[in-house]
Design a protein around this ligand. Structure first.
Ligand SMILES: Cc1cc2nc3c(=O)[nH]c(=O)nc-3n(C[C@H](O)[C@H](O)[C@H](O)COP(=O)(O)O)c2cc1C
Length: 285
């Protein structure tokens, strides 16, 4: 396996969950081809609709932002009827992020999404910065995430990838990644927003360039100990240099999140920069 080839049928640059809206918001920033061929991870979809948390949901801090959006989404039925068909028509490779309150919910989501046309893969959100506060299945130990991955894998076709998205926890990351791999994850996405607080003390998650060194350390450790497992780096990617740091550490791809809120063209530019035959040192801006 070479860098940029994770053998998942996905490209090296993806939109991170929750940061590309429904896809429509990004379309006008992606050049003449629009979203065609884009690897797009949806916001996390739950069985029932979620309104999200109270405002303010986002606070800018040096090097990033703290958010507590609370996974707002229209629920599976509405997603299947409206957002998914639109993304498929736009030519997007859709990876649906799923989140549940119980293992049964994760399994149910996987079963129903396995039958929906146009779902290229699943990303299982088992690393939200505040699972308990968000009303999600609480993942405290590696075997918790492994149980969720097994439940999902049983319901989703083996020829389509299931990505396990893990919080960048420097003390347990290798254990967490190994458990998910053994449970059937095709790859791990390392990491997510890092548990943090707003200035008023409310819980949230820190994202953006400030978290990159944390996620980078996790990626490097997982790639070193589990070289057979594709690792997708996520946290603070905003230009070619920050993407290459993950690839140099052993990641097979990257996801772009917060940077899209500052500059929605980031993902389109990185796709060009990391396409085969592009000089790896070419800066994107
Ligand atoms: C506004 C916002 C919404 C997010 N929504 C989700 C989500 O629905 N599901 C999820 O797994 N991660 C979600 N995330 C986390 C991102 O996908 C990403 O893992 C994290 O922000 C770190 O990457 P970044 O520094 O590039 O943003 C969200 C992040 C932000 C800032």
């Amino acid at each position: 396996m070479t860098a940029l080839d994770h053998g998942l049928g996905l490209g090296p640059v993806m939109v991170a969950a929750g940061c590309g809206g429904t896809g429509r918001e990004l379309a006008s920033y992606c050049g003449p081809g629009g979203l065609d061929g884009l690897d797009f991870v949806t916001r996390s979809i739950t069985l029932d609709p979620r309104a999200g948390g109270p405002g303010p949901r986002i606070e800018e801090v040096p090097g990033g932002l703290v958010n507590a959006v609370g996974l707002p989404n229209p629920g599976l039925e509405h997603f299947l009827a409206t957002e998914l068909p639109w993304l498929v028509r736009a030519g997007v490779r859709v990876i649906v992020s799923i989140a549940g309150a119980t293992m049964g919910e994760y399994a149910d989501l996987a079963r129903r999404l396995s039958r929906a046309p146009g779902v290229a893969g699943l990303e299982v959100n088992v690393g939200a910065p505040d699972d308990a506060g968000a009303g999600l299945f609480e993942v405290r130990e590696p075997y918790h995430s492994a149980s969720v991955i097994s439940a999902v894998r049983r319901e989703f076709p083996v020829d389509r990838p299931v990505l396990a998205k893990l919080r960048p926890d420097v003390s347990r990351i290798v254990e967490g990644a190994r458990s998910c791999h053994e449970a059937g994850a095709s790859a791990v996405v390392v990491g997510n927003a890092v548990p943090a607080a707003f200035r008023d003390g409310r819980s949230g998650g820190l994202s953006g360039p400030a978290v990159a060194p944390v996620a980078l350390r996790c990626v490097a450790e997982v790639a070193r100990v589990l070289p057979e497992l594709p690792v997708i780096g996520c946290g603070g990617v905003h230009d070619l240099r920050s993407a290459n740091a993950y690839l140099d550490a052993g990641a097979t791809g990257v996801q772009v999140g917060t940077a899209l809120l500052h500059d929605p063209t980031t993902v389109a530019r990185l796709r060009v920069a990391l396409a085969p035959h592009t000089s790896p040192n070419e800066e994107t801006r």
